[in-house]
Design a protein around this ligand. Structure first.
Ligand code: ADP
Ligand code: MG
Length: 409
């Protein structure tokens, strides 16, 4: 006898759930054509903190709630990505990706994503059906116990966030409660902190091109990317490139940044759902010509070769690798193969070496031109207050000189 658990994720309605539950009970056991017996059982899904690695017992979930209540919506995504639960309907058919789904997917693929818990909203959700639903299905929970299981310090951050908004480092219970109280209407993750890391590697990817840069998050924007080469070993550098390409191929993102913390040679990806990342001249400076080259080459490749956008997700091929007993390195290598194939890396390289072989020189010429300097000057003028123009024009010119020297001949 195989029992199949069907979860009902409900708001205020009672009619059709009761009808369905009754019919399932009445159906009883059924025998398939191989003679095996099956039984369905229904359960109403309750709302409570869930670990992203917690195993649900549901085989299928019918959802009538996630369209307005985001905590269970994220649970649906988690069970879809981590546990193969069949969904009617999948939130992926009506919502694009954010941090949370990216964490789930990369966890399942075996990356070293710090342990993460999604806690329910602090404040009531502004919806007519909230009071009834919360009263019936929200379970009281002990926030301290959740935090203690993860361990301090930890980070509290919006499940869909960006640009550091609402991100806080939490050292103790008092800070935990203060931050949770302040989160109000924002849905928050609690995430184990990667303490004492050696390098913050931020990579920018455009199609199959990735630049891994040393990032200093505590400095002002124009100083965050340090001009530094060889700050990672070849192996770790390649691992960061692989992770970036994997994330992008998996989610069909072509333009994205990926943040990894490296500690004792272990790469912890912490933020990699940044589609349409900052590529301002004043933040990228030295790396700006690289970014423009990549953008030019990749867009040219796409239009000239007639590359088709792939909106379908090829998750099964990645999960097939994820679910093997292969070690982390072997899996990464196989993911790299899939991601490289997705981005047509070999064809692209060949295209760059032949059809676009003059592009590096073309970019170098441009960066040395008065036109580029004019762009630099006007960007500084529109970005900074007047008394800082001179300093910043000098600063960025210096960094671009460095690029020209490094890329000469
Ligand atoms: N798990 C973590 N361990 C250590 N530092 C973290 C962690 N999560 C976030 N941070 C720090 O907080 C910053 C912002 O968090 P992040 O996840 O990148 O959110 P955002 O999308 O807002 O950039 C990171 O750049 C990093 O400095
Ligand atoms: Mg970030």
């Amino acid at each position: 006898m195989t029992e199949h658990l069907v979860g009902l994720l409900l708001g205020t309605e009672q009619d059709w759930p009761r009808a369905y539950e009754t019919l399932v009970r009445r159906l009883g056991a059924v025998t398939d054509r191989n003679g095996a017996e099956h039984r369905l059982r229904t359960v109403r899904v309750s709302i409570e903190p869930f670990g992203l690695r917690d195993r649900p017992s549901h085989d299928l979930v019918i959802d009538r709630l996630a369209y307005w209540y985001y905590h269970p919506r994220e649970w649906l995504k988690k069970v879809a990505l981590m546990d193969d639960v069949y969904l009617l309907n999948s939130p992926f058919t009506f919502q694009s990706m954010e941090k949370h789904a990216a964490y789930c997917a990369m966890m399942r693929l075996g990356l070293h994503v710090p342990e993460t818990v999604l806690v329910p909203y602090k404040n009531p959700v502004d919806h007519a059906k909230w009071a009834y639903t919360a009263e019936r299905y929200n379970r009281p929970f002990d926030l301290d116990a959740v935090a203690e299981r993860l361990g301090y310090p930890l980070f509290m951050k919006p499940y869909d966030g960006g640009a550091w908004v609402g991100v806080s480092r939490i050292a103790d219970s008092a800070q935990l409660h203060a931050a949770y109280d302040e989160s109000g209407a924002r849905l928050m993750h609690l995430q184990q902190a990667v303490e004492g890391y050696d390098v913050f590697a931020r990579s920018l990817s455009i199609g199959p091109e990735t630049m891994v840069m040393k990032f200093r998050p505590s400095l002002p924007m124009h100083e965050r990317y340090e001009v530094s080469h060889g700050f990672l070993t070849d192996a770790v550098g390649d691992e960061v490139v692989t992770i970036s390409r994997l994330v992008n191929a998996f989610f069909r993102w072509e333009f994205n940044s990926c943040e990894c913390l490296v500690r004792d040679g272990v790469v912890y990806p912490i933020d990699y759902a940044n589609a349409c990342p900052d590529v301002a001249l004043t933040s990228l400076h030295y790396y700006f010509p690289w970014a423009m080259t990549a953008l030019l080459r990749w867009t040219a490749f796409c239009v000239i070769t007639g590359r088709k956008a792939r909106l379908d997700m090829d998750t099964a091929r990645y999960f097939e690798v994820a679910d093997t007993t292969d070690g982390y390195r072997d899996k990464l290598q196989r993911y790299r193969g899939l991601a490289d194939a997705y981005f047509d890396v070999d064809d692209y390289r060949e295209f760059c070496d032949t059809t676009l072989r003059h592009v590096p020189e073309l970019v170098a010429d441009w960066v040395s031109s008065a036109d580029f300097d004019d762009l630099l000057v006007s960007t500084v003028r529109s970005t900074y207050p007047a008394h800082e123009h001179e300093r910043f024009i000098g600063h960025f010119r210096g960094l671009l000189d460095l690029w020209r020297n490094d890329n000469a001949g």
